[in-house]
Design a protein around this ligand. Structure first.
Ligand code: GLU
Length: 463
């Protein structure tokens, strides 16, 4: 069975790089009918917070990524880690080191002066004498002194690290707390993780974790170290690109399936296919196909995907999602026509909400530039004549009926369409651009159309 995990450190919100790592692990487990586990790496009590954990769980819920079992919290497992430290001490595979900070600093300086890589020199490895007084020891694990640590990385190929690059590293600090690489190895082994897919910033933690696996006789998992996501322009991904909170994407009006589709394509591909439903991702994803070079964040691609998923969403779902953006259409009589129009035009829910609001609400102000362009010459008179024509007209319902009326109007007046189109747009939505005028009038109705025209005319008269 394939068992994967996502192991975030709750130091802040979940960013999209983290979500991509989680997604890869999730897909690989689901493809194989295996398990996907969540482990909260909250041993650093000074940097971790319960809110950050909550934010991670909330993000998982939003994107609909379900994990198996309850999340495992490292902070609940200190006794367990301690028992393994004692075991290694008892077996002579770890030892107490009494070196003081000053001694360590001195050693480091000497090594640097000799142009050597700073590393612990193993001076307490076989120590049998009387320990110095007043020093609380740290616990170090015995790393191999000769040869190489070798592992197969499913993305990067064979990784070979010379044994002298891994020193006898600390597994427990002098206050007894276990260190990062030690607990990760123990947890992965005890949780039965078979495949570790994680960011390649952890590549050089792996040899240390292998030392722990071997000391404890645990079976090694397969490792996949995923290259990072670069920002636009090939630089480090920054807040501006989207290193931001996953939940910001919700606030900006992205659909979770668009974000997941976007993320799966950052570093992984299947031919030249761009659109992947979750089922397809599960069917096709294989971590061995992850690209060995870094991928690049591309906002246009995300927007393109989002508009694809918006277009293909049922209106009822869109209406429900738009409530978070202050638009309540679930029982609105013009719901279908409104959503049919705007799902074709908008790339995000936020944009959709803004444009729908523009149609549903009487403008509070008018765009100055548009006013100068639209209200030249006899525009006010034309607008007022059009309002009169509306008043005289029979009941109007459909967009085409409003179109017909406008056509009759320009024919009768012998004017170009823009002569009524521009001022009317300004009256209806407060600016130029925006959706089809027939659609807008049909949505808001005849009375409201007349009222908006009169409001603009009143505004101009008062100036
Ligand atoms: N807690 C680590 C992080 O957030 C992940 C460790 C791992 O995946 O092994 O970067």
């Amino acid at each position: 069975m394939i068992v994967t995990r996502f192991a975030p450190s709750p130091t802040g919100f979940l960013h999209i790089g983290g979500l991509r790592t989680a997604l890869f692990n999730y897909l690989w487990a689901r493809r194989n009918g295996g398990e996907f586990k969540l482990r909260i790496e909250d041993t650093d009590l000074s940097r971790n917070s319960a809110e950050a954990t909550k934010a991670i769980l909330e993000a998982f819920e939003w994107v609909g990524m379900d994990y198996d079992g309850d999340p495992v919290y490292q902070s609940d497992r200190f006794d367990l880690y301690k028992s393994y430290i004692i075991k290694l001490l008892d077996e002579g595979k770890a030892y107490k080191c009494y070196m003081s900070k000053e001694e360590l600093d001195k050693l480091r300086e000497e090594q640097m002066a000799r142009k050597e890589r700073p590393r612990y020199d193993g001076r307490y490895r076989d120590f049998t004498g009387t320990p110095p007084e007043g020093v609380e020891p740290v616990i170090r694990i015995k790393a191999p002194r000769h040869g190489e640590i070798v592992f197969e990385d499913g993305i990067k190929g064979t990784i070979v690290i010379k044994a002298d690059e891994v020193d006898d590293f600390i597994i427990a600090r002098s206050d007894g707390t276990p260190t990062y690489n030690f607990v990760v190895a123990i947890d992965d082994a005890l949780m039965g993780i078979t495949d570790v897919i994680r960011g390649d910033d952890h590549l050089y933690n792996t040899p240390k974790q292998i030392v722990v696996y071997e000391a404890l006789g645990f079976k090694l998992p397969r490792f996949y170290h995923v290259p990072m996501i670069l920002g636009e322009g090939g630089k480090k991904l920054s807040k501006r690109d989207g290193a931001a909170d996953v939940m910001d994407y919700k606030r900006m009006g992205y659909l979770p399936e668009a974000l997941l589709n976007f993320l799966v394509r950052l570093g992984w591909s299947h031919g030249d296919q761009e659109i992947f439903s979750k089922e397809e991702m599960i069917e096709l994803f294989d971590p061995s196909d992850i690209n060995a070079s870094a991928s690049q964040y591309n906002l246009d691609k995300l927007l393109w995907l989002n508009s694809h998923y918006i277009k293909n969403s049922p209106n009822e779902r869109l209406a429900t999602l738009l409530e978070d953006f202050g638009i309540y259409l679930l029982s609105h009589d013009k719901r279908e026509i409104l959503l049919d129009i705007f799902k074709e035009r908008c790339k995000t829910l936020a944009e959709m909400a803004e444009q729908i609001k523009e149609v549903l609400e009487t403008p509070e102000a008018y765009d100055e530039k548009a006013m100068k362009r639209a209200m030249k010459g006899d525009a006010a008179e034309i607008l007022s004549d059009f309002a009169q024509m509306l008043k005289d007209a029979k009941e109007l319902h459909l967009p085409v009926e409003y179109h017909k009326l406008m056509e009759d109007f320009v024919a009768q007046k012998e004017i170009g369409f823009g002569k009524i189109g521009m001022p009317l747009r300004l009256a209806l939505i407060g600016r130029l651009g925006g959706p089809d005028l027939g659609d807008v009038m049909s949505i808001i109705g005849k009375e409201e159309t007349i009222a908006r025209i009169e409001k603009l005319l009143g505004f101009i008269a008062d100036r």
